[in-house]
Design a protein around this ligand. Structure first.
Ligand code: AFP
Length: 342
C-alpha cells in the first residue's frame, strides 16, 4: 500500500477551498465570487449526473424546440439551461445572464441581483449526446459597471475584461477547468465525495504541439491561409514530423486535449460561414482566456481573440487557439497575406 500517496490524498484541495484561498489574497473580497462559483459547480454536477444517466433515463431525444441558432434542441440542452439559469439567479450574485440557448439576455430582477454577469453555453457539443461522446459546459464571468442599472453594453465587453472563465467536460471523468486570472487549474469530480478535487494544478500548454484539430470537411471553402497552414501540418517543410489530426466536434473535448497535450484547435471562417461557427461570448472568449492563462494564444485571423468587442450577444468569430508556437505560425501566414495585399 502506498501510504505516502494516501497521506497526500488526505489533504484534499476542493474547488471551493481553492477559490477561498485565492480570495484570501484580496482582503476587500466579500466572498461573492466563491458563492457564485459554488452555484456554477452545482449546475455542472447536475449536468454531469444527467449526462451519465441520459441513456437510462431516456432523456435523450428531441424536446421539440429549436434554439436561436436554428438547431434542434435536445432534452438535455433544455434541462441544463434551466438548471444553470435557476442556479445562477438563486446565487443572488448575478445581474445579467447570456446563454447559448436563450435568444435574449436575462436581466435578473432587482431583489435577486448581484454584481456578476455570466455568459455560458450550458451544454456544448450537443450533437454528440446521442452517441455518448464527451460534451461540456463553457462559462465566462464579467463584472457589471452599475449593479442598479445593468445594460446590454455590460455584456458586450472584450474578452480581456473577463474576471474568470472555465469549462466542465462530461467525459470519461467529469473535469472542471478554471482560471480566475492567475493561471489555470483542473479539478476532477470525485463521485463518492460529490466534490471537485484539484487534480491538474497550474496547467501549462506545451509551447508547440503535435496535434491539429479542425473539421477538414469544410476544407473546400477555406481561405488560402487556413489551407496552407493545414497543408503544413500534414506535409511539414522544416523536417519536423507531420502532426496528428484529432477532432471530436465538441469544443470542450477538443480544447481540453489541446490544453493538456499541446497543438492547435481551429474553427476558421469559410466561404459558407464568413464569421466561422463558434460564438464569441460563450465559446471563443472563455477558451481563449484559458489558453492565454495557460501560456498559449488565441487569434481570430485578424487580431488577438480576447481583443474582440462583440456587437451582438450571439456573435460568431473564427478562432485559432492553442500552443504559442503553433498559433504564431498561423498568425504569420495572415500577416504575410496582409503585406502582399498592401
Ligand atoms: P453542437 O452543439 O451543435 O454539437 O456544436 C458544437 C460546436 O459548437 C462546438 O462544440 C464544436 O467545436 C463545433 O460546434 C463543431 O462544429 P462542426 O460540427 O461544424 O465541426
Amino acid at each position: 500500500m502506498d501510504h505516502a500517496a494516501d497521506a497526500h490524498r488526505t489533504d484534499l484541495m476542493t474547488i471551493t477551498r481553492h477559490v477561498l484561498n485565492e480570495q484570501s489574497k484580496y482582503p476587500e473580497s466579500r466572498g461573492d465570487f466563491t458563492i457564485l462559483l459554488s452555484h456554477i459547480v452545482l449546475g455542472c454536477k447536475f449536468v454531469c449526473s444527467a449526462v451519465s444517466k441520459a441513456g437510462l433515463a431516456k432523456l435523450i431525444g428531441l424536446a421539440g424546440e429549436t434554439n436561436v441558432q436554428g438547431e434542434e434542441q435536445k432534452k438535455l440542452d433544455v434541462l441544463s439551461n434551466e438548471v444553470f439559469v435557476k442556479a445562477l439567479i438563486s446565487s443572488g450574485r448575478t445581474c445579467i445572464l447570456v446563454s447559448e440557448e436563450d435568444e435574449e439576455a436575462t436581466f435578473v430582477e432587482p431583489s435577486k441581483r448581484g454584481r456578476y454577469i455570466v455568459v455560458f453555453d450550458p451544454l456544448d457539443g450537443s450533437s454528440n449526446i446521442d452517441c455518448g461522446v464527451s460534451i461540456g459546459t463553457i462559462f465566462g464571468i464579467y463584472l457589471v459597471k452599475d449593479k442598479d442599472n445593468p445594460t446590454l453594453d455590460d455584456v458586450l465587453q472584450p474578452g480581456t475584461n473577463l474576471l474568470a472563465a472555465g469549462y466542465c467536460m462530461y467525459g470519461s471523468s467529469c473535469t472542471l477547468v478554471l482560471s480566475t486570472g492567475s493561471g489555470v487549474n483542473g479539478f476532477t469530480l470525485d463521485p463518492s465525495l460529490g466534490e471537485f478535487i484539484l487534480t491538474h494544478p497550474h496547467i501549462k500548454i506545451p509551447k508547440k504541439g503535435k496535434i491539429y484539430s479542425v473539421n477538414e470537411g469544410n476544407a473546400k471553402n477555406w481561405d488560402e491561409q487556413t489551407t496552407k497552414f493545414v497543408e503544413k501540418c500534414k506535409f511539414p517543410t522544416d523536417g519536423s514530423p507531420p502532426k496528428s489530426l484529432r477532432y471530436v466536434g465538441s469544443m470542450v473535448a477538443d480544447v481540453h486535449r489541446t490544453l493538456l497535450y499541446g497543438g492547435i484547435f481551429l474553427y476558421p471562417a469559410d466561404k459558407k460561414s464568413p464569421n466561422g461557427k463558434l460564438r464569441v461570448l460563450y465559446e471563443v472568449f472563455p477558451m481563449s482566456y484559458l489558453m492565454e492563462q495557460a501560456g498559449g494564444q488565441a487569434f481570430t485571423s485578424k487580431q488577438r481573440a480576447l481583443d474582440l468587442v462583440p456587437k451582438k450577444i450571439h456573435e460568431r468569430s473564427p478562432v485559432f487557439l492553442g500552443s504559442y508556437d503553433d498559433v504564431e505560425e498561423i498568425k504569420a501566414l495572415y500577416a504575410a497575406a496582409e503585406e502582399n495585399n498592401a
